[in-house]
Ligand binder design. Sequence first.
Ligand code: DX5
Ligand code: ZN
Length: 228
Amino acid sequence: MPFDRRVKIAPSILSADFADFGREIQAIEAQGADWVHVDVMDGHFVPNLTFGPPAVKAFRRHVKAVMDVHLMIAPVDPFIEAYADAGADILTAHLEAGPHSHRTLQAIRGAGMKAGIALNPGTPAQAVEPLLDLTDLICVMTVNPGFGGQKFLDMTAKIRALRSLIGDRPIHIEIDGGVDPTTAPLVVAAGADVLVAGSAVFRGGSVDDPAPYGQNIRAIRDAANAAA
Ligand code: DX5
Ligand code: ZN
């Protein structure tokens, strides 16, 4: 996975048809998705419950692109090997998920994946500074994690602060929550390069009528690139 700071669109399959993940993944990739974002929730760290490792392993069979797995679970460490075995390319854990983020990031890289760290809206950019040399991606949450379709929270000051802390390290800044053609330019202008979008990608389309997915992805990408 070579490092690339161009804008990448990562549809979240949290907004897909849960009875048809294989075809949904194929559809978003055919319609221009760069990465596939998988939201893992445990009903404990966040008030919602989604996919365990066997489900993610089944998704992997359909993902040709990068599989970007966002863990909203606590604890994280007992599950790292299972998500590596499931085929995650990037595994992101929340900084707030436990006291040992440093160990968690080491373990994710040790299991052969790229290591991501996610920050809730209430967590400052500076909290991640001691971890930068262990980090391949910082996920800035622009909603409180747990559900798709929430209103975008403006975290542009935090994104700018992260951009300056990162310097020239090869670290992606990913934005997750409420990304659409209106909000994408704000976060890209601030320094983000990976845009997760659930409802704004899947709205209006279906596996039998996937063209709207492509229109939605292009609308986000075009708006983002205009600000890049
Ligand atoms: C929220 C998830 C997001 C979510 C984004 O907890 O991490 O990935 O699916 O959904 P939208 O784009 O609808 O805000
Ligand atoms: Zn997510």
